[in-house]
Design a protein around this ligand. Structure first.
Ligand code: IMP
Ligand code: MG
Length: 180
């Protein structure tokens, strides 16, 4: 076995359990199904953070559905956003005249989503909406507001259920935070 690296971060309390999240995915999936009223939809997940939430959500959307993924990141390694968004893995599907629903893990400053919304509109999507597992409105510096939100969180550094700190904790089957 490899040498064990000592853990320096302390995981906080559980904010949302897996069953709470799965229940919320059912509610939002039903709402999205009703809102799009029989029209086809393209779900675009933001890698890597949104994969766990997207898997829950998509099973509850009863529409003609395509899925794709994008990798978008703001420059810099810190826990605060630097404001410049780079798309390092693009969407492969044709988006022209499509209903696009961006599936995101968390909306923080809103910088990433603002850029992605502009970009998908440049690619001639018919409409672009956002469904985020979490919303952290205290940190917003843009006019972005997700159309569908799983849960609102306080200004904490959130981990688990896809969300990482330094690429770790994505596999936790619940949502927690790092002790400040
Ligand atoms: P933005 O600041 O809204 O552009 O957020 C960009 C991305 O930073 C989010 O999609 C997350 O992937 C990540 N992020 C923001 N806040 C947190 C957090 O509390 N925990 C883990 N990742 C976060
Ligand atoms: Mg993200």
């Amino acid at each position: 076995m490899c040498d064990v690296v000592k853990e320096e971060n302390t995981i906080g309390k559980i904010l949302f359990t897996e069953s709470q999240i799965v229940e919320r995915a059912k509610e939002l999936g039903a709402q999205i199904t009703a809102d799009f009223a029989g029209e086809p939809i393209v779900l675009i997940g933001t890698l890597k953070g949104a994969i766990v939430w997207m898997a829950d959500l998509m099973k509850n959307i009863n529409l003609d559905t395509e899925i794709d993924f994008v990798v978008a990141s703001s420059y810099g390694k810190s826990t605060t956003t630097s404001g410049i968004v780079k798309i390092s893995k693009d969407v492969e599907l044709d988006l022209e005249n499509k209903n696009v629903l961006i599936v995101e893990d968390i909306v923080d400053s809103g910088v990433t989503l603002k850029r992605l919304m502009e970009y998908f509109k440049e690619r001639k999507a018919k409409c672009v909406k956002i469904c985020s597992l979490l919303d952290k409105p205290a940190r917003r510096i843009t006019d972005i507001n997700p159309d569908y939100v799983g849960f609102e969180v306080e200004d904490l550094f959130i981990i688990g259920y896809g969300l990482d700190y330094d690429q770790k904790y994505r596999n936790l089957p619940y949502i927690s935070y790092l002790e400040p």
